[in-house]
Design a binder for this molecule. Structure first.
Ligand code: B12
Ligand code: SF4
Length: 488
């Protein structure tokens, strides 16, 4: 059912990516957006059936405000768990105004029932086929309440993302691409197998290359969660990238270092930096998380092999797994420094809804809150086995501070393959982040309420030092832009 009668021959569609505590237009840690342009809205924009006359607007709340009096017939919101509360708030607001609201994305796919009360229609899974179908139904006046990913999804011959519809100058880069979706592994905290299964989906290599060429990208980011999930495909992709002479950054697993041929090909194709989920230095934690292919001894080898090929590593660790006690923070941070990981990152393990980890913690009565706003990798939302919530929270910050002390930075820098300008800039930027996270971290934005800083003052310009830190990251990330997920 469409909520209000459509008189204009053109459908007015607004697509929104809601803000999260750290990632937002005003009051987040960064004065201006330091992110790369996400592909979600621009992909959905490209999928709108060409025969439908539409007037389309895209709003990424990370860089702009959404006008509460927005004029639209249909609003589509993309929902990740950390932004679900904000998405629901916007959805309820627009529905009250009689606008049809559609919700989709990872959170809706993980836990559809949570989203249903806030939407006229939900879209579960990848939407390459269901979103165009939904729009056709809407235009005909018979919108269904739920659309599921069609069986046999094929990513071939899809239109290129409409990157031109978001303002490129507001992002570090809009040279953002994806070649594949999904992952073959089954890590028990990971959203990917729970939401989308373990079948990898792939775009034909020549179409990925054509997209990069038409966009004229020279430095680019792949948002694929595991570019090497299918090694055969990865070999074809890397080989096809060589003649383009691009530099690229992406995500992969440590298994890349076991495959000398693939690693060398990655380097030859222009790979300059990879994000890898190292997760833990405890083999028991890794085994229990079904990520036994990781191991601390291997991490050291991985760094060495990547460095030999001129590739920098952003190594991500999580804290709060069941074997972690209060000594884990310093041990892990010291390990990261000794192993010469170029950019270590630390997060609190987040049991995203309906993952095996979440189900287990729920069964054990250890989930402390279902306030999704706190499901962001920075808050402890469950009772840890061997420490208090407070210890987990504070310890994570102390790990950041240790890894980004000037002494640790100096130790790590010497062997980093990146240029001095890049590695110094990046580390100073991350140092700023490490020392300011708790100052800026807050969840106080509510629609209709002016954002406040943690000390309760009204929004005001950030300090000069904050600005300098943000500028340092901006400069460095322009050169070494890492993919920005921690939970891989
Ligand atoms: C870019 C990105 C970001 C960006 C922007 C977020 C965003 N809203 O897109 C930034 C940097 C802000 C970010 C931050 C975080 N992210 Co992030 N991010 C990504 C990333 C790498 C790419 C997104 C993308 O462009 N995908 C490509 C598009 C085409 O795919 P898609 O978004 O899934 O969209 C398809 C379908 O889902 C569907 N769909 C999606 N939305 C909608 C909406 C409608 C209306 C419809 C019809 C369909 C639909 O249609 C699309 C086509 O099929 C994904 C991983 C990935 N590869 O998807 C993680 C991912 C979305 N992030 C994730 C996480 C965990 C985080 C962080 C918590 C990490 C951290 N600790 O900092 C923070 C959250 C901070 C916060 N609370 O605000 C998780 C989400 C898990 C969850 N349950 O929430 C993901 C899936 C990665 C993972 N580890 O599994 N992230
Ligand atoms: S954590 Fe990484 S390797 Fe594990 S299932 Fe998720 S995407 Fe795959």
């Amino acid at each position: 059912m469409n909520r209000r009668a459509i008189s204009d021959p053109k459908l007015k569609i607004a697509l929104i990516s809601p803000k999260g505590p750290l990632y937002r237009h005003r009051g987040g840690i960064w004065r201006k957006s330091l992110r790369y342009q996400p592909l979600t809205l621009t992909t959905l924009a490209a999928l709108i059936p060409p025969e439908l006359p539409v007037e389309l607007e895209l709003f990424d709340e990370g860089i702009t405000d959404v006008p509460p009096d927005l004029d639209a017939d249909l609003v589509g919101l993309t929902v990740i768990t950390g932004t679900a509360m904000r998405a629901y708030q916007l959805a309820d607001h627009f529905r009250q105004r009689g606008i049809t609201v559609v919700l989709g994305g990872p959170h809706v796919t993980l836990i559809p029932d949570d989203a249903t009360p806030h939407a006229d229609a939900i879209v579960v899974g990848y939407a390459e086929d269901s979103w165009p179908q939904l729009l056709r139904d809407f235009a005909m006046g018979h919108l269904q309440s739920r659309y599921d990913q069609a069986p046999g999804l094929d990513l071939a011959d899809r239109p290129f993302a409409r990157r031109d519809l978001l303002p490129s100058r507001r992002y570090l880069t809009n040279n953002v691409f994806e070649a594949t979706r999904g992952c073959v592994h089954n890590c028990d905290f990971c959203v990917v197998p729970s939401a989308w299964g373990r079948k990898p989906y792939q775009k034909p290599v020549e179409q990925v290359v054509a997209d990069i060429r038409q966009h004229g990208a020279r430095k680019l980011i792949f948002v694929d969660l595991n570019l090497i999930a299918d090694r055969g495909y990865a070999k074809c992709l890397f080989t096809a990238l060589i003649p383009l002479q691009v530099q690229w950054y992406g995500l992969a697993t440590v298994l890349l270092a076991d495959d000398a041929e693939l690693l060398e090909l990655a380097a030859r194709s222009g790979c300059k930096g990879l994000l890898m989920g190292l997760e833990s230095i405890s083999p028991e934690n890794l085994r229990a998380s079904h990520k036994g292919f990781n191991s601390p001894e291997k991490f050291v080898r991985v760094v060495e092999r990547l460095h030999e090929q001129g590739i920098a590593l952003q190594g991500c660790f999580v804290f709060g797994l069941d074997q972690d006690g209060p000594d884990v923070f310093l041990k892990t941070a010291e390990f990261a420094v000794e192993a010469r990981i170029d950019l270590p990152r630390f997060a609190i393990v987040t049991p995203f809804p309906n993952t095996p980890l979440y189900k287990r913690l729920l069964a054990e009565g250890r989930i402390l809150t279902k306030n999704w706003e706190l499901y962001d990798g920075q808050h402890a939302v469950f009772r840890p086995a061997r420490m208090s919530v407070e210890e987990l929270q504070r310890g994570t910050e102390s790990a950041w501070k240790h890894a980004y002390s000037f002494r640790s930075i100096a130790r790590r820098l010497r062997q980093s393959p990146a240029s001095w300008a890049v590695k110094v800039g990046t580390n100073l930027g991350y140092r700023f982040y490490a020392y300011n996270l708790s100052r800026f971290y807050n969840c106080d934005w509510i629609i209709g309420r002016a954002p406040q800083n943690p000390r309760g003052r009204r929004e005001e310009p950030q300090s000069e030092s904050a600005d300098r830190g943000a500028q340092a990251v901006e400069q460095s990330e322009r050169l070494l832009a890492p993919a920005a997920t921690s939970n891989h």
